[in-house]
Design a protein around this ligand. Structure first.
Ligand code: ADP
Length: 881
């Protein structure tokens, strides 16, 4: 059956479909019919016009469809769907399906549904983020972003928040993001103009950055500032701006709120702990109420309630500060404005120890809202330091003012130094006023001769950073003072000069004293230099430290060459040993010692110096140095030796008669032998035995005579220069060899005790022999004069020796009646004699005394029972080491 849409169709509304009993379309009517996509086949059923899902409505035949609303979606020519609703009317045999377009209604319904879902999602997002714990916030945000991704059919979503390093991914859905590093994206986000939904394809920079991916960018702003970005991969269906904004708000707002709350809480905690540490906190006073409010931490530290009455508050303030505080509060109440006072508070829990607090505040608000908002800070440490600093400052100022030195400061300015400060001691010292200004120029006080020094001082100071110099400054009376200037340049952090701090010390006295000392030293130096005596200083090892010209002359060098030379090099080992031993006897209490020393000088055989030493000791009594003065005694020595020699010769002279006898004796014997032998020869009675006997006798007498002559030769020789070790019995034997025969010839008995052995002494053997001869010759002379008066007298001389406690004692005694006691003291004087002139020289005992003294011994005389007794006392010598 053909469809005749135009033939019988009454003007209708909507879409009218006439059907037969089997549902075949008979005719179409109504204005909507033009939109339909017509079925191609003839006798098409209504089923062929509708969408597949509407076939369910058209179950069975048209008769079954009656009495119920029919919702049918038709295919249209444009490919869209035509949503209709209608009902079936019986039209005789046929049926009329009257339908109306319900597309708008459907659209609205769907939209409402979507809106509901979206709201539901938004609520869930908000609830999830609001209720989760802070630790899980990022994780939960990620879960919600995943839900958003599902909701938008998007591959991924991510949320970026602004942090320290720009925009950073805070949370994201599960799928991989197209960027690994937030930094480059963050740069682009900062450049974007936010406010609406952005598509990456529209932003060339983003497209360049992520060439393969397309995504949306949603900015969440609060107070015109972007707080969060949500990025999501572009889905097949474009996102709707309004819906996206709602969901973004639902996600970002609670999240940012939680984060801000957390941030605030952390800040509060930090603030609380800082306030606690500082002993600081806010305080508030509603000016119309008698109450104050304190920050809890502050109240706790003060040991009071957080809310306290004005009276309690004032009672907390130290009485000394209370009135000032009260006046300040009253002024605030009346006039408003600001408060800044420092007061001592006595915390309730720590009375009576007061602590300093700074109270600051400002009156705010009007009328009943007026209140003082303030802050309190514990400044006890600062106050205490301030007090200590000001006490120290006062002490320092006092010290500077009292100081005998002038303390000054010079300011550095463009390479020049300007006086800026002088301590009060300037006036008593130099009489100048202390107000330093540009007009005061210390350079003008400097002595004209010292001005180059002053200029050099400033230059050096700037170069070296410190300086010490000494120059003269004029005082207000025109007199000059020597000052010691100690100055230091202070620099700032960059090393640039800032100022010079210096000190002037009046050293006039010391400088003048120095000058006097220098002059006196110079005088002494000249004295030492010009002295005819040898003056030197040497160390205990005999190395010279200093020597003057006369010493240098003796040693044939210059005074400069003397230092370091060793005095010992000119001494024989024995002399050096003795010298060092003598130094060893010096002590701090007895530092002086004198001696005559013998030296072997260059170019001169021997020199004798009379030498005086003074030892210099340290606090422990160690010998540090020796000062010595010496005099060349060589000439005197030589004369002495000559004298000795003369005395010796005189002795020989005196002994001449004895010696003549001594030699005559063997000569007589020999003559007798010769005469007798000759007589026998004349008589022809010479027998060999007789001749032999006589010749032997002659030979013995020759030996005897030559012995005497030999010894005389030895005795007559000059003494050795230096003392030697010898046995005293050698001298006794020598003396006896010269005298014994002569004495016995004169009828004088010689009593000699056994000589000593093993008792060495130090000296010259010939000299001791001379002493013994002198004593024996004196005894002989005294005995001879005694015999003149008493012919029956039997004279004797006793010679004995003994050893006693380190000493050797040799006694020469006679029985000539002794020495007149009144003369005993005088007999050792040179030229004292009781003998007739031409006989005695008066030198024998004096020379003998000198010889024994030279051997460190002593010669003494006494009267024994029958005559004089002389004693030679000599120290026993120890061999040199
Ligand atoms: P000299 O023998 O030339 O007189 P000395 O100095 O030897 O000079 O002696 C000085 C004096 O001491 C003698 O003149 C004598 O008076 C006295 N004297 C010396 N030895 C004796 C002695 N053994 N007995 C008495 N008088 C003596």
């Amino acid at each position: 059956m053909a469809i005749e849409p135009e033939a019988h169709a009454p003007p209708g509304v909507g879409l009218q479909v006439w059907l037969d009993g089997q549902g075949r379309v008979l005719r179409l009517g109504g204005p909507l019919r033009t939109a339909l996509a017509l079925a191609r086949e003839v006798n098409a059923r209504v089923h062929d016009y509708v969408q597949a899902h509407s076939l369910l409505v058209l179950e069975g035949d048209p008769a079954d469809w009656q009495g119920q609303p029919l919702d049918l979606d038709f295919k249209t020519a444009s490919g869209n769907t035509l949503h209709t609703r209608g009902w079936l009317l019986a039209q005789g045999e046929a049926w009329l399906l009257q339908l109306f377009d319900v597309g708008d209604l459907m659209q609205q319904q769907r939209h409402a549904g979507e809106l509901q879902r979206q709201q539901h999602l938004a609520l869930e997002l908000t609830a999830a983020l609001r209720d989760c714990s802070l630790e899980r916030l990022a994780q939960v945000a990620g879960e919600q972003l995943q839900r958003l991704a599902w909701h938008w059919h998007s591959a991924w979503t991510a949320l970026l928040l602004h942090g320290a390093a720009g925009w950073q991914t805070f949370a994201r859905s599960e799928a991989e993001l197209p960027w690994a590093d937030d930094a480059r994206l963050s740069l682009q986000l900062d450049r974007l103009e936010p406010g609406h939904l952005l598509y990456s394809g529209d932003v060339p920079a983003l497209q360049a950055l992520f060439p393969g991916s397309a995504f949306y960018l949603l900015a969440y702003a609060q107070q015109h500032q972007v707080r969060a970005w949500v990025l999501c991969a572009a889905p097949a269906q474009p996102l709707r701006v309004d819906e996206a904004q709602v969901l973004l708000g639902a996600l970002a707002e609670p999240l940012l709120g939680r984060l801000a709350g957390h941030h605030l809480q952390a800040s509060q905690q930090r603030l609380d702990s800082v306030q606690g540490l500082l002993g600081a906190g806010w305080w508030e006073w509603s000016l119309h109420e008698p109450y104050l409010y304190l920050a809890p931490g502050l109240a706790a530290s003060l040991g009071v309630a957080a809310q306290l009455s004005l009276a309690t508050w004032l009672a907390l303030i130290h009485p000394a500060d209370r009135e000032a505080a009260q006046l300040a509060f009253t002024r605030l109440q009346r006039e408003g404005g600001e408060l800044l006072v420092s007061v001592r508070l006595i915390p309730e829990n720590a009375a009576p120890v007061a602590r300093w607090y700074r109270l600051c505040g400002q009156v705010q608000g009007e009328g009943h809202q007026r209140r003082l908002l303030g802050f309190m800070l514990d400044i006890n440490d600062i106050k205490q330091q301030q007090q200590q600093a000001s006490a120290a400052h006062a002490r320092l100022e006092n010290l500077i003012a009292q100081s005998p030195a002038v303390i000054y400061i010079q300011r550095y300015d463009a390479g020049a130094l300007h006086a800026e400060f002088f301590s009060a001691s300037l006036t008593p010292l130099l009489g100048w006023p202390t107000q330093a200004d540009e007009l005061i120029k210390p350079a003008e006080w400097v002595h004209p001769d010292d001005q180059p020094l002053w200029l050099e001082r400033s230059r050096l100071l700037l170069r070296e950073g410190h300086m010490r110099s000494r120059y003269r400054l004029r005082d207000s009376h025109g007199d000059y003072h020597w000052v010691l200037d100690e100055a230091r340049l202070l620099r700032d952090d960059l090393g640039l000069p800032v100022e010079v701090v210096g000190l002037w010390l009046d050293v006039t006295e010391a400088t003048l004293a120095d000058e006097r000392t220098r002059q006196s030293e110079e005088r002494y130096r000249v004295l030492v230099e010009d002295s005819p005596a040898m003056i030197c200083r040497y160390r205990p090892d005999l190395s010279l430290v200093f020597g003057n010209q006369p010493l240098a002359d003796c040693l044939e060098c210059t005074p400069e060459q003397l230092a370091g030379m060793n005095l010992g090099q000119w001494m024989s080992p024995t002399q050096r040993q003795a010298f060092l031993e003598r130094l060893g006897t010096l002590t701090a209490e007895h530092p002086l010692s004198s001696a005559e020393v013998c030296l072997q000088l260059p170019g001169r055989a021997f020199a004798w110096w009379v030498w005086s030493d003074r030892g210099l000791f340290d606090a422990q009594g160690n010998l540090l140095e020796v000062q010595a003065v010496g005099r060349d005694n060589t000439e005197v020595r030589r004369s002495q030796q000559q004298l000795l020699q003369s005395a010796k010769m005189a002795t020989l002279g005196e002994m001449a008669t004895g010696l003549a006898h001594e030699i005559n004796q063997p000569l007589n014997v020999m003559r007798m032998a010769v005469v007798n032998t000759l007589k026998r020869l004349e008589n022809g009675e010479v027998q060999v035995d007789y001749l032999q006997d006589k010749l032997k006798r002659i030979d013995a007498q020759v030996v005897r005579a030559s012995k005497v002559v030999d010894h005389m030769r030895v005795f007559g020789r000059r003494s050795e220069i230096e003392q030697q070790l010898f046995e005293p019995w050698q001298a006794i034997e020598g003396a006896l060899s010269l005298l014994s025969d002569g004495l016995s010839g004169k009828g004088i008995e010689l009593k000699v005790c056994a000589p000593l052995a093993g008792s060495p002494v130090r000296g010259h053997v010939d000299q001791l022999e001379q002493v013994l001869i002198n004593l024996m010759v004196n005894a002989r002379d005294a005995l001879a004069s005694r015999r003149e008066t008493d012919p029956k007298f039997k004279p004797w001389i006793a010679l004995s020796a003994e050893q006693d406690a380190g000493k050797v004692l040799i006694f020469v005694e006679d029985n000539a009646g002794g020495i007149d006691p009144r003369l005993l003291d005088r007999i050792f004087e040179p030229f004292f004699t009781t003998k007739p002139s031409g006989v005695g020289t008066g030198l024998g005992l004096s020379v003998s005394h000198g010889i024994v003294a030279d051997m460190q011994g002593r010669l003494s005389a006494a009267n024994a029972d029958e005559g004089a007794q002389f004693c030679i006392e000599l120290p026993l010598a120890t061999a040199p080491a």
